[in-house]
Design a protein around this ligand. Sequence first.
Ligand code: ZN
Ligand code: ZN
Length: 168
Amino acid sequence: MRLPTTPPPWPGACLCGQVQFELMALPITFYACHCTDCQRRTGGAMRLVMWVDLSALRLTRGQAKLITFQISEHKQRRAMACAECDTRLWALPTDRPTMAGLFPGTLHNAREFEPVAHLWTRSAPSWVQIPPGAIVYETQPSRPGELARLWQEAIQNHAFNNETDPSV
Ligand SMILES: [Zn+2]
Ligand SMILES: [Zn+2]
C-alpha cells in the first residue's frame, strides 16, 4: 500500500490558497466508498474518506469557515471550508467530536496515500478499476472499527525516510 515517504507534517490548501493547513500525523483510516449516496453527494464516481484526529490538523494560514447543514431533525452535517473559493477542507462529525473527515484531495501530497479498502463496489461504474491487492467490500464491513483496524495493520511497518538509521 502506498504511503508518503516523507514524515508529517503534510501541508494542504484550498483551491485559492487563502486557507492553508497541515496534517501532523498519519490518518486513522483511509478508504474509498462507491455507494450511490457518496456518488450523489460528491457528484463523482466515489468518495475518498480519510479519518484523522482533529488534533492532527493545524491551520497555518487564513481562516476556515464552519458551515452547517441540518440534514434531518437529528442529523447535522458540519464542515470547514474556505469562504472565498468554497473548497471543503474537512468535515466535523457531530457524533465523533475528536475526529475529522479530511477531504484528502486538499493535501498537496494526496497522491501518496492509497485507500486501504473499497466499499460498495457493487455500485461502482463498470469503468472503475479497483487496484489489485485492495480490500474490497461488495457493500460494507459488518463490524464497526474494521476499516481502522485494516489501516493500522497496513501502516504498522511503514517507515518514513528520515527514520532509517544512516549508520546501518
Ligand atoms: Zn480558498
Ligand atoms: Zn458511501
